[in-house]
Design a protein around this ligand. Structure first.
Ligand code: HEM
Length: 415
């Protein structure tokens, strides 16, 4: 796939479309082709500059002064007026962490790291085991969709529990989550935009009321940790900041991990000898998790916007340019990984992947995501070592520029 044009030294690509069918079905051959051709190019289909190689992407992540995070959550395509009106009435979220730059980002992140303490993450481990066991116990022999049965409900339950949302609200909260990815990262229809904007507004109002409740009566959860930080120093975090964090985390900690665990199960069952190795020695699972993050992460691309003109590998990217960094292409860059297109859970250096980013925005949920995937795989290896992917199923992936995971994953569950 060659860049089809060149303007003032910048390769222009009219064919690169992350919302196109071929890319959605399998972005990796396209990542490889563009990475081999050029370190950076302009993609007219999405009006973004695309960066393709590990070293350049790492440099972008480490330079927040030049590559601002402010576009991280913004809709890729303009919203309809109706959706904008709905949001104006009841959605008061503002940039808070993944879409915000220093110094504001530094302040908010510092307090969040307190809430994501190793003690709190470790305290979740028995809960992840209990919830995963409950979900797996409910599976009956025969054909089962593991997204529905396990990989969607497990991270949803864990992140809602972590934030502190009560159990009885979970079904309602989940019903508001549908299709959020399409809103900011895809090209939703006007009807879809209306529905998603309404759900986001409901969710936002729920978060505001929830944080007000915790402010009046803190308990032992992440939101109450933030409330206590505020009680000690009211200038540290506003109630709006805390509401933003609760809102943002319920997204960041959910679909990312659903998709990741789905990708993990799919890759392992597609490589039966590697699945068998894990079932024989569950000590291999942590290593396998890193290889899946390298090979088939749930966020193969992420966004930035330039604050000034910058040279990337000899390609001049202008100021205020929207940029797509291909994390998935970086993770298969032969300069950094031997035989990068081979999925190999025994690989020694998989952990050098960029799946969780790098630098000041490095994923704060990485320990939780790793733990959930590890426990889900461990349980499946114990309970269903003989499970098989249903043959000839068509995997369907949501059309968007950043997130990737199968919508459903059919397996034959042994009797
Ligand atoms: C396998 C699952 C996950 C993947 C692949 C993933 C990936 C990422 C990536 C690439 C970034 C960096 C974005 C940037 O540089 O701008 C990030 C940031 C972030 N992630 Fe994750 N994530 C996952 C799971 C989670 C979970 C479970 C949580 C919460 C419990 C979470 C919360 C966050 C937050 C809050 C940020 C923003 C951090 C900041 O801007 O300082 N993520 N994640």
């Amino acid at each position: 796939m060659m860049p089809t044009n060149e303007t003032a030294g910048c390769p222009v690509h009219h064919g690169f479309d992350p919302l196109g069918d071929a890319y959605i079905a399998d972005p990796y051959p396209i990542h490889t082709a563009v990475r081999e051709e050029t370190p950076a190019f302009y993609a007219s289909a999405i009006d973004m500059w695309v960066i393709t190689r590990y070293d350049d992407i790492e440099a972008v992540l480490k330079d927040p002064g030049t590559f601002s995070a402010q576009v991280g959550q913004k809709p890729v395509f303009p919203l309809s007026e109706e959706a904008q009106e709905i949001l104006k009435k009841g959605f008061r979220a503002y940039p808070v962490m993944s879409d915000c730059d220093p110094p504001r980002h530094t302040r908010i992140r510092k307090h969040n790291m307190t809430g994501f303490s190793p003690r709190r993450i470790a305290s979740l481990e028995p809960k992840v085991w209990a919830k995963a066991t409950e979900l797996v116990d409910a599976i009956r022999p025969g054909r089962v969709d593991l997204v529905n049965a396990l990989t969607y409900p497990l991270p949803a339950y864990m992140i809602f529990t972590f934030i502190g949302f009560p159990d009885e609200d979970m079904d309602m909260l989940k019903s508001w989550c549908g299709n959020r990815i399409a809103f900011s990262w895809g090209r939703p229809s006007a009807d879809e935009q209306r529905e998603i904007a309404t759900n986001m507004t409901n969710y936002w109002e729920y978060c505001e009321n929830f944080v007000a409740k915790r402010a009046a009566e803190p308990v032992d959860d992440f939101t109450s940790d933030l409330i206590r930080i505020r009680q000690e120093n009211p200038d540290s975090l506003s109630l709006e900041d805390i509401t933003n964090v609760a809102y943002g985390l319920s997204f960041a900690g959910h679909e990312t991990t659903t998709s990741f665990t789905g990708n993990a199960i799919r890759q392992l069952l597609s490589n039966p000898e590697q699945w068998a190795a894990i079932c024989a020695d569950r000590g291999l699972i942590s290593k396998a998790v890193e290889e899946i993050l390298r090979y088939d992460s749930s966020i193969p691309a992420w966004r930035r916007i330039t604050t000034r003109a910058v040279d990337v590998g000899g390609v001049e990217i202008p100021a205020r340019a929207k940029v797509l960094i291909l994390l998935g292409a970086a993770n298969r860059d032969p300069k950094h990984f031997e035989e990068p297109e081979t999925f190999d859970i025994h690989r020694g250096d998989a952990r050098r992947h960029l799946a969780f980013g790098k630098g000041i925005h490095y994923c704060i949920g990485a320990p939780l995501a790793r733990m959930e995937a590890r426990i889900a795989l461990d349980l499946l290896a114990q309970r269903a070592p003989d499970m098989r992917l249903v043959e000839d199923q068509d995997f369907d992936f949501p059309a968007n520029v950043s997130f990737r995971g199968p919508r459903s994953l059919l397996v034959e569950w042994p009797g």
